[in-house]
Design a protein around this ligand. Structure first.
Ligand SMILES: [Zn+2]
Length: 459
């Protein structure tokens, strides 16, 4: 009798040890999920996701209007029925192999029900959640059909942060993808240029340089542009024959005078430029909950010649199209940038477990600076370099950019436009077309057409 009791006590002791071990393991898992959850789930090759990729039970992905973008048919994952739509949203939706990171990876925890406990799973029969994205597939398809060059277009509601369109070209067809093999060549079509493509900002950088001038009280500077200037041994030129003549801050911005901005950058100095760049979230790791995005780069120029080039966006600095759009969104929204989001809602059957709520990301300038820049950007569309973005459907504000780069020994130009429409249609946009030529001739008219289409669709 006594012996049995001892055994029982021994067993109880062992049980307590096991309970403690399980509690510790559970606690560790809970801790690591809470701390690293989002990054952990975003990893394409996360073994748990791969193991849990029971495709037959995965939820569906819809656009904001209920258009089906991805769903499972038996063990097979199928994407949007319309071929152009499928290609247009290929980067935002992603694929199950993780060749291109999109909703399929970032939101795998919902699609595969990994956010549910075992008891909840029994209740829902192991099915994953259906998710709705913020994008409008029709707007994405329109953009895809009108992009004549490789590049990126992104449109966001600057009051709420909802991404309405995000298109990267070239695209791919997720319906014909095969699992990655060792011999597989990673093609540039899988790169989402909106968040992973980094480009020289060209003259879109003059928004930042102008903000630095306003915030440091260097607004009264005037000069005569003869078409070129030598700054610290480096020659800066304007593409306009004979130059822009007498220019002040307003006319230099709307006509995009490089000579003026080269001198202005020298006036401002290194520290002020770097300070405004940091305020604009250059050299900052973006930690957005819905997607990964590369950091933009602003390097401390080594001398006044480099500083002049930095001020006109042709130094070593690089920006993603998404980040450049967010800067315009900040100007539009009184200096405050809303957090960009792509996930609208998550549902297990009728049970909604997530609904998007607008969140502020960062104040990048004060309201007065934003108002002054807004006026300059309006003038640029009304009578400056961006008149081809002037549309009937909305009042547009913007800035063009022509970013030089060298490819195969030849100087080529990326064509940029960043801007936004009036608050009746709170849309911010960035367009970059690789190697297309002048910003005013390619990216700018496309931006106008895209906003016109967005207004027609009710935004
Ligand atoms: Zn000039």
């Amino acid at each position: 009798m006594k012996k049995k009791r001892n055994i029982n006590r021994h067993m109880q002791g062992m049980l307590a040890v096991f309970i403690c071990m399980f509690a510790a393991l559970g606690g560790y898992l809970t801790y690591s999920m809470a701390t690293y959850g989002d990054e952990w789930f975003s990893t394409a090759y996360n073994p748990r996701i791969s193991a849990a990729r029971n495709i037959a039970d995965a939820g569906s992905i819809y656009d904001r209007n209920g258009i089906l973008l991805a769903h499972s048919v038996g063990d097979e994952r199928r994407y949007a029925e319309d071929g152009d739509t499928r290609r247009a949203v290929s980067h935002i939706v992603g694929d199950v192999y993780g060749k291109s990171l999109g909703a399929e990876n970032y939101f795998a925890k919902y699609l595969y029900g990994l956010d549910k406990g075992i008891l909840d799973k029994l209740e829902t029969g192991g099915k994953g959640a259906d998710i709705t994205l913020t994008v409008d597939a029709a707007l994405c398809r329109y953009i895809y059909n009108n992009m004549e060059h490789h590049g990126a277009v992104v449109v966001m509601n600057y009051q709420t942060g909802e991404i309405l369109a995000s298109v990267s070209a070239p695209t791919f067809d997720p319906n014909t993808l095969k699992e990655i093999t060792e011999e597989d060549e990673e093609g540039s079509e899988y790169l989402n240029r909106v968040t992973q493509g980094r480009y020289p900002p060209g003259s879109t950088m003059k928004i930042l340089t102008t903000a630095a001038a306003i915030e440091n009280g260097v607004t009264g500077f005037e000069t005569d542009c003869t078409g070129s200037a030598i700054i610290d041994g480096q020659r800066v030129t304007c593409p306009t024959e004979g130059g822009h003549g007498h220019v002040d801050l307003t006319s230099a911005f709307t006509r995009s005078c490089n000579v003026y901005y080269a001198y202005l950058s020298e006036e401002l100095g290194n520290a002020n430029m770097l300070n405004t760049a940091r305020q604009f979230a250059y050299n900052t790791a973006f930690k957005f909950p819905d997607f990964n995005m590369l950091e933009s780069r602003f390097e401390q120029p080594g001398n006044d010649g480099d500083l002049a080039w930095a001020g006109i966006g042709q130094y070593t600095d690089l920006v993603t199209p998404m980040h450049n759009m967010l800067i315009s969104a900040g100007v539009a929204n009184g200096g405050v940038v809303m957090q960009p989001n792509t996930l609208l809602d998550v549902r297990y059957g009728e049970d909604s477990i997530y609904n998007y709520a607008p969140t502020q990301y960062k104040s990048i300038m004060d309201g007065g600076t934003a108002a002054t820049l807004a006026g300059f950007m309006r003038d640029t569309v009304e009578s400056g370099t961006a008149t081809s973005a002037d549309i009937g459907a909305a009042v547009m504000n913007g800035k063009t950019g022509t970013a030089e780069y060298v490819e195969d020994g030849q100087v080529k130009n990326h064509s940029w436009f960043v801007g936004y429409a009036d608050p009746a249609h709170p849309l911010a946009i960035a367009v970059i077309l690789e190697g297309a030529g002048f910003g005013s001739a390619h990216a700018t008219p496309l931006a106008g057409q895209v906003i016109e289409k967005a207004v027609e669709l009710g935004y």
